[in-house]
Design a protein around this ligand. Structure first.
Ligand SMILES: Cc1cc2nc3c(=O)[nH]c(=O)nc-3n(C[C@H](O)[C@H](O)[C@H](O)COP(=O)(O)O)c2cc1C
Length: 147
């Protein structure tokens, strides 16, 4: 059993649905889960935690407004974050050159902080006719032995 902190970056709510679907799957797999829709770095547990980042991209490759401060504080932090395991789900639209750029940037920040990436980032393309919640749940189940 792992302790998950799901950190959600969303402007229009789509990523929140994906995060809630992930929460459901992780609980069904026996994990403990907290979801942060308005993430505050200082309030999110980091010791021996698994962080699941679930974020869209806005502007031209920018972070959603609700995670800007979280990212700034994460980048500034001098805490030892090396016990964090993480996975990232990017929600975006492949018609943008900056497809899922916010998720890719967070992924790189976490690696630079010494956190361990459990499996490669999942990107969900909202311009395709897919069920993003179902795809995210399938991805977690595929990787369940690593969680
Ligand atoms: C103004 C605007 C800018 C966007 N810019 C990007 C972008 O740079 N890269 C990308 O992959 N998707 C981009 N998107 C697509 C969104 O990430 C996509 O619609 C996503 O589903 C929104 O998720 P949310 O509802 O959680 O905010 C943009 C969408 C809008 C409306």
């Amino acid at each position: 059993m792992s302790s998950f902190q799901i950190i959600v970056g969303s402007m229009l709510g789509g990523s929140e649905y994906v995060a809630e679907a992930c929460e459901e799957t992780l609980i069904a797999l026996g994990h403990q889960v907290d979801v942060h829709l308005q993430p505050t770095f200082a309030q999110i547990s980091n010791e021996n935690q698994t962080w699941l980042i679930c974020t869209s991209t806005h502007g031209a490759g920018d972070y959603p407004d609700n995670i800007q401060t979280f990212i700034t504080d994460l980048e500034k932090s001098d805490q030892d974050l090396s016990s964090i395991n993480f996975l990232t789900i990017g929600i975006g639209d492949s018609s943008y050159d900056t497809f899922c750029y916010a998720a890719k940037k967070i992924n790189n920040i976490l690696i630079s902080k010494g956190c361990t990436e459990i499996t490669a980032l999942l990107t969900l393309d909202m311009s395709e006719d897919i069920d993003p919640e179902e795809r995210a749940q399938h991805w977690l189940n595929e990787n369940k032995d690593l969680l």
